[in-house]
Design a protein around this ligand. Structure first.
Ligand code: GDP
Length: 450
């Protein structure tokens, strides 16, 4: 098994306690481990190099969020770069799987790739998907006259998928089959024609010549290269051979259900420059999914939890809460429930230091916090105190007489003076908030909390 990247990075960052910006030496040390992890995940060497250079540059000097470790911060940076390189978040889900079918029907989709890559199966899977999810009338035709029974295989799959296939005429050559398929699809008003081209065990000139000839007679709107994600470096060589020879529009990565770590995806994208549109995830005809960059990045890194944790830390404030708060402040109301919400958000966002950094306009509130002796542990204690109050008390702190304060202190395991501190802080914060409001700072504040 692979050493997980988190173990590797753990060693590098164990010695690191420093805060603030990521230092060059530390980043470089981390990148050595990332490099090994990527190579183990089968990413091609030149692609790894390019990737590491890019990420190193981006990482040096990046601020480390308060509530995460430098190692976690690096993981997030690496993850984001992976997602970006795999096609970005926009390539996510349906968008990536979107085939360009805007043309006069029948729109031709040409499938290319080596024998055994899963080309025929993927052809049937995509045909089925187009039929079922987009209501397209699809016809498939096999141009594979090399492999015995390849045409019959497609016919069988067509039957299983409920998709029409071009009747087989023995002895006909690929370009002739393509022409016949186009005429048939036109005559019978098919929306889409999928051409399953011949594969070879290796890329050779005859194969490329055949692909070019088929492409020139069928003018495909999409040319999808099918590659087996388990073949790693071979897949890269295949992609390189096809790129430039045929007008590729996208990639289908098969056998993503296997234990490949997805490195081929990164290489594919880098080598072809084309989006990965689908991932094959099994032998059944439904086993195909839109390619999701973030999922594959996670697979390569094996660090999804850390990534989502850092994401949460960076953006933990909910919009509704922000709106609610803005409204209350506008009305000159800021009760203990609001204070508690703020405390919880502060904790999530990385504590006081982080807040102070993010809130240049909130000097007053910050001073109020400091004057009441707050640190990050105190945030939690204050939360406990407010939680021990009744809703009425929270809405109207004036209700809290000596007897009630005693009850709240006992309920939260604190002292009455701690309860008083919370109340004082609340008072000072509402004062500060009123001032901000007067200064017309509400808009800025809303943006900050949104
Ligand atoms: P072709 O020679 O490129 O047309 O390859 P085939 O479509 O005949 O596929 C070869 C084998 O791979 C078949 O047994 C398929 O069922 C299997 N296969 C294709 N795609 C996938 C996939 O995504 N996952 C798994 N596990 N098997 C697949």
């Amino acid at each position: 098994m692979f050493d997980s990247l988190s173990d590797r990075l753990g060693n590098v960052f164990d010695s690191l306690r420093g805060r603030g910006a990521l230092k060059e030496d530390d980043v470089r040390a981390a990148m050595r481990e990332v490099r090994i992890a990527l190579l183990e995940a089968d990413v091609a060497l030149p692609v790894v190099r390019r990737f590491i250079d890019k990420v190193t540059e981006a990482a040096i000097g990046t601020e480390v969020l308060r509530s995460v470790t430098p190692g976690q911060q690096v993981v997030k940076i690496v993850n984001d770069a992976l997602v970006e390189m795999l096609g970005g978040e926009d390539g996510d889900g349906a968008a990536a799987a979107k085939l360009d079918l805007e043309a006069k029907p029948p729109v031709v989709i040409m499938m290319v790739g080596l024998q055994g890559s899963g080309k025929t199966t993927s052809t049937a899977k995509i045909a089925k998907r187009l039929k079922e999810t987009e209501g397209k009338k699809v016809m498939m035709a096999s141009l594979d006259v090399n492999r015995p029974a390849a045409q019959e295989q497609l016919a069988v799959l067509g039957e299983q998928a409920g998709v029409a296939t071009l009747p087989i005429i023995a002895g006909q050559q690929p370009v002739d089959i393509a022409n016949r398929a186009i005429s048939a699809a036109k005559l019978q008003s098919f929306d889409v024609l999928m051409l399953d081209t011949a594969g070879r065990l290796h890329v050779d000139e005859a194969l490329m010549a055949e692909m070019k000839a088929v492409a020139s007679v069928s003018a495909p709107k999409e040319v999808l290269l099918v590659v087996d994600s388990l073949t790693g470096q071979d897949a890269v060589n295949v992609a390189q051979s096809f790129t430039g020879e045929v007008p590729l529009t996208g990639v289908v990565l098969t056998r993503m259900d296997g234990d490949a770590r997805g490195g081929a995806a990164l290489s594919m994208r880098a080598v072809t420059g084309k989006p990965i549109k689908f991932a094959g995830t099994g032998e059944k005809l439904d086993a195909i999914e839109p390619f999701v960059p973030s999922r594959v990045a996670n697979r390569i890194l094996g660090m999804g939890d850390i990534v989502s944790m850092v994401e949460k830390a960076a953006a933990s404030v909910k919009e509704e809460d922000a709106e609610r708060l803005a409204k209350k402040m506008a009305a000159g109301k800021f009760d203990l429930d609001d204070l508690r919400m703020q405390l919880q958000q502060m904790t999530k966002m990385g504590g006081l230091g982080m807040i102070a950094q993010m809130m240049p306009g909130m000097k007053k509130a910050k001073q109020a916090m400091q004057s009441s002796g707050m640190d990050d542990r105190v945030l939690l204690r204050m939360d406990a105190i407010i939680s021990s109050m009744t809703p009425k008390e929270r809405a109207n702190p004036a209700l809290l007489n000596a007897k009630r304060k005693k009850r709240v202190a006992a309920g939260s395991g604190t002292q009455v003076q701690d309860v008083n501190k919370v109340l004082k802080m609340h008072q000072e914060m509402s004062k500060a908030m009123k001032q901000i409001k007067k200064m017309g700072g509400l808009k800025g504040l809303g943006a900050l909390f949104g």
